[in-house]
Ligand binder design. Structure first.
Ligand code: SAH
Ligand code: ZN
Ligand code: ZN
Ligand code: ZN
Ligand code: ZN
Length: 513
């Protein structure tokens, strides 16, 4: 059955440079187990459907689940396409060729050899992102090689390896130390003894560092990640090469069993899953995967525990709140702002701090989660949870309503709190940015505002410059009109908003309200 084309899904991809933005396609989930999806090098593909002129095409196709860029994986097959035996064989051979050159076992053997080498012989090739054994030196003679790789360096691979920043596939954004420390301390305070790290290599390594350094906190961690480079640094029981968009274990059954054993140890007691997926990823396939991991954990539970939930931290931008809660109604969003090292936007700075939009979604009761007072969080006794300093308790909403860390204002017409940059629009009958276009683009085209197509298929695209100008003029007239309608004291931010920001705000508007 095809998932209905919903406005939220469209906005989700529109705002995040997903596959659909570039090609006018959207994901649909195949729920027919009788026709298994064909395989690409990244495991089972997902079923997509092209959308043009606002209508869902009838022809559906399979494409890679992990790579939203054709350059990274160009798998394509129409749903109803019949492939010849020869082509299927060629594809199988290709998929095999694309697998990492070393098996998981071989990686482990190499690692064991490597740590036995004297310091002076422990080298790492920066170009190939690979630990070198003496036999490999010659081959990497011309490459940039780091020598004297210490055990401390080996324990922090996320610092030795460069982050894979290509947005469309890996989008590797590593936690800033502050946030990573906070997470480890929190996990330990909450009493967890095992952490399933899904796409959180830096958290994984910090947990292990702490465990080896101090006997009291002996938390175990298993990393599941698509970044194969990490397999050089971990034994089989602490890393699995894994695709979180289709729950695919690259090393087959053995790896799946490692994960199952980990989740079911101690009858499933004391384990939590922490995940920080690429933000461009679609929420739905992720939710499907997480439900599979939850089911795996559940299998190991005794009957009388059947009401229990696997504790989860899902780290994701705040504007995905409604989308995530749609799949996991027991989740709530914490106010804590997760900071990153290599993300210009989500980095904490002393001066002119850009606030990170990234939050923790969890099914752990928020009153159990203490946020650091020294970083400006406070406890709201009415809401029974920690909130940002600026997040004020609204007596009308009876809650601390801010989502983005700024102080929000209560709108009596909308009967709810809204962003400080928003004002009530009497034409739209709800709050919006001052220079929004009334009856605005909704989930339609961002060029001309029509509802029946997206920007990528806009018939006005060649004249888009002209159109933009016209739209801007129209907006200016509207916002002037609104200026007169606003009451004193409401913020009127008329500084020119860039198109991108506006688009993002539109996404927020649909995702938050
Ligand atoms: N903040 C985290 C890293 C998050 S970046 C930390 O510091 O530990 C996203 C992570 O997800 C990266 O490690 C990336 O390799 C991984 N990833 C990206 N696509 C994936 C996929 N399809 N399956 C599994 N992991 C993936
Ligand atoms: Zn090399
Ligand atoms: Zn309010
Ligand atoms: Zn309003
Ligand atoms: Zn258009």
């Amino acid at each position: 059955m095809a998932a209905p084309r919903d406005g939220l899904g469209a906005v989700e991809t529109e705002g995040n440079g997903g596959r659909s933005e570039s090609s006018g396609a959207e994901v649909v989930l195949s729920s027919d187990p009788a026709t298994p999806a064909p395989l690409c090098p990244h495991g089972p593909t997902l079923l997509f459907v092209k959308v043009s002129q606002g209508r869902e095409g009838t022809r559906r196709f399979y494409a890679c689940s992990a790579c939203r860029d054709r350059k990274d994986c160009n798998f394509f097959q129409w749903e109803d396409e019949k492939l010849s035996g020869a082509r299927l064989a060629a594809r199988e051979a290709y998929n095999r060729r694309c697998q990492p050159p070393l098996s998981r076992m071989q990686c482990v053997e190499r690692y064991l050899k490597f740590i036995e080498l004297p310091l002076s012989q422990r080298k790492f090739c920066q170009r190939c992102q690979q630990l070198l054994l003496p036999d490999d030196w010659e081959k990497h003679g011309e490459h940039q090689v780091v020598g004297d790789v210490s055990l401390t360096q080996l324990k922090r691979p996320s610092r030795l390896l460069y982050p894979l920043e290509n947005k469309k596939t890996n989008a590797q954004y590593l936690f800033a130390d502050r946030s990573c420390q906070f997470l480890v301390d929190l996990l330990s305070t909450l009493g967890f003894r095992r952490v399933l790290c899904v796409g959180t290599p830096r958290l994984h390594e910090l947990i292990r560092l702490k465990a080896s350094g101090d006997k009291k906190s002996n938390i175990k961690s298993l990393l599941l990640d698509i970044d194969f480079r990490y397999s050089q640094f971990y034994m089989e029981d602490s890393f699995c090469h894994y695709n979180m968009f289709n729950h695919h274990f690259f090393d087959g059954k053995a790896a799946l069993e490692v994960c199952r054993t980990f989740l079911q140890e101690d009858k499933g007691e004391g384990v939590i899953m922490v995940t920080d997926p690429p933000f461009g990823g679609l929420v739905e396939p992720l939710a499907v995967t997480f439900k599979k991991l939850i089911a795996m954990w559940k299998e190991g539970q005794s009957q009388d525990n059947s009401h229990k939930e696997l504790p989860i931290f899902w780290i994701f931008p705040y504007f995905f709140e409604s989308r995530i809660c749609q799949f996991f109604p027991s989740f709530c969003m914490l106010d804590y702002q997760v900071d990153y090292d290599n993300h210009a936007l989500y980095k904490h700075g002393k001066t002119g701090r850009k606030q990170s939009p990234v939050r923790i979604f969890t099914n752990i009761p928020p009153n159990k989660i203490i946020l650091p007072i020294e970083e400006g969080y406070r406890f709201c006794p009415l809401c029974q949870r920690y909130v940002s300093l600026e997040n004020q308790h609204c007596e009308h909403c009876n809650s601390c309503t801010s989502k983005d860390g700024r102080k929000w204002n209560h709108c009596f017409f909308c009967k709810k709190c809204v962003k400080p940059s928003w004002i009530h629009c009497s034409i739209c009958n709800h709050c919006a940015l001052p220079d929004h276009s009334c009856e605005g683009p909704k989930d339609g085209c961002f060029v001309c505002g029509e509802l029946d197509h997206k920007r990528s298929t806009c018939p006005n695209i060649s004249t888009s410059k002209k159109v933009n100008k016209a739209v801007r003029k129209k907006k200016q007239r509207k916002s002037n009109k609104m200026k007169m309608e606003t009451t004193k004291g409401q913020s009127m931010n008329h500084t020119s908003v860039t198109r991108k920001k506006e688009r993002r705000e539109t996404a927020h508007q649909y995702l938050c309200s």
